[in-house]
Design a protein around this ligand. Structure first.
Ligand code: COA
Length: 432
């Protein structure tokens, strides 16, 4: 049977494809805008007819009808990372989460520690050989495709066909649903003077020829904006966004000096504008790979001069980072932060940066604290942390003692809090 014939046989409405789900199934959905809106919309409409179905995803983008505390017995969300659509449910307790390193989610699926009964994913149109590209999120979805009983692709002509290990053949697919609404666009976060000051410190420490991983949040993007004077940067990252696109367009990213996969940008998911998605289409300079390839520290660390830039919410005087919760209340997830901090530590010439404004809530709260708030989820450990940057400077912690760390971190705290932090450090035995 030709691939076109097979496609025609598998094509159906979203409302019909959703009926391939069985009670008790766990549905895997890719990161961010790789989520299929027609399928998740149809699942939401039919949710009352299911029992104990779960949808697991990193970073849900839209608040679908199924994300509803009243109907969790039918269909419920399980967060691998909280975002705006799911955070309130996580904080109220009716959305549960699975702690993870992003790099290890494929292995949780392969080892059956996490089920993957069904995959619902956005995909590019099929090529002449019968392949679709999961360009918006290869992440853990490729591992789930290999395990799932049912794979349903929502094919959309606006999804780019990217290169890399992100291709699924029609023979692996149970159903194809067609949709053509524009892929969701995500703008760059707001960047203020504090973010810019932090970005400047980091940018000054990035050498020409380095390979970058850029994390989420305003500060990583502020760093990107200050790299326009650099030369021959490379990209080996988790998320490709518009910041990286602007560096490519400015001729700053060439990937020519990468020692690992030279000439290629590597990422596992995309989040940006329509221009980014167009740029990804059949672009030989870009590869989208599963997250166990992009993020596993021993692989990402093969890039010499790997610079990892990630944000945190709170840090204690030992350098333990609470990047994903405010006390016990979940805020986001570990994502690739710990993966890339460790990768940069492995990389020859690598630098791992953790960035944060020194305060929150109009300078009323220091984000550098003697001890983390009770219940804080630690994302980057004291054993991995290296450079910490606020708008007041750079602390270098790796290889430093507990007392030296306390001194370094107090030195980049907001001046209003330095005396109090110094007192508390002394009481904890971390004084000079
Ligand atoms: N106490 C109270 N509130 C705090 C706080 C603290 N210690 N720290 C931050 N906040 C508040 C901020 O004021 C802000 O609130 P607002 O939106 O009302 O202004 C909110 O929490 C978010 O803080 P902000 O610094 O703006 O975060 P961000 O949007 O830049 O995102 C992370 C930063 C840490 C949430 C995000 O980077 C993350 O999830 N990191 C972990 C995962 C990761 O790094 N992945 C990258 C791999 S690609």
């Amino acid at each position: 049977m030709s691939v076109q014939h097979s496609y025609a046989q598998k094509r159906m409405a979203a409302s019909e494809a959703v009926r391939l789900v069985r009670d008790g199934d766990l549905i895997i959905v890719p990161t961010g805008v790789g989520e299929p809106p027609a399928l998740l919309g149809a699942l939401s409409e039919q949710r009352h007819s299911f029992h104990d179905v779960k949808v697991a995803q990193i970073l849900a983008m839209r608040k679908y009808g199924y994300i509803d505390p009243q109907t969790v017995a039918h269909v419920r969300h399980v967060a691998l990372f909280y975002g705006g659509a799911t955070r309130a449910g996580g904080q109220a307790g009716w959305i549960d989460f699975i702690p993870n390193y992003f790099s290890e989610i494929p292995s949780l699926i392969q080892r059956q520690q996490m089920p993957a009964d069904v995959v619902f994913s956005m995909a590019s149109p099929m090529d002449a050989h019968g392949y679709f590209s999961l360009s918006l999120g290869a992440d853990y979805t490729m591992a789930a495709v290999a395990k799932a009983r049912v794979v349903v692709l929502e094919v959309n002509p606006q999804v780019p066909f990217a290169n890399g290990n992100c291709h699924v053949h029609i023979s692996q697919v149970a159903a194809v649903v067609e949709d053509s609404q524009p892929v969701m666009e995500v703008g760059l976060p707001k960047i203020g003077p504090v973010q810019q000051a932090i970005g400047r410190y980091v940018a000054d420490m990035i050498e020409d020829g380095s390979t970058l991983q850029i994390g989420y949040g305003g500060i990583p993007d502020a760093v990107v904006m200050q790299l326009t004077g650099k030369k021959d940067l490379g990209i080996h990252t988790e998320m490709i966004g518009d910041g990286i696109l602007s560096l490519v367009q400015a001729g700053v990213v060439t990937n020519r000096r990468k020692n690992y996969l030279p000439g290629k940008m590597v990422a596992t998911f995309a989040l940006g504008s329509a221009s980014l998605y167009q740029f990804m289409d059949h672009n030989p300079a870009l590869e989208i790979h599963p997250v166990d390839f992009t993020n596993t520290p021993s692989l990402a660390g093969l890039n010499d001069n790997l610079v990892a830039i990630n944000a945190t919410l709170q840090i204690d005087l030992l350098g333990q980072c609470g990047s994903e919760s405010l006390g016990h209340l979940p805020f986001s997830g570990t994502g690739g932060q710990a993966d890339f901090v460790r990768a940069a530590n492995i990389s020859r010439g690598g630098k791992a940066f953790i960035v944060l404004p020194s305060t929150a809530k109009d300078d009323t709260i220091s984000r550098i604290v003697p001890v983390l708030s009770p219940g804080t989820h630690v994302s980057t450990s004291k054993n991995d942390i290296n450079y910490v940057v606020t708008e007041f400077g750079v602390a270098q912690l790796r290889g430093k003692s507990a007392k030296q760390r306390a001194r370094e971190l107090i030195g980049i705290a907001h001046p209003n809090f330095r005396a109090e932090l110094t007192d508390q450090a002394a009481r904890m035995g971390l004084g000079a």
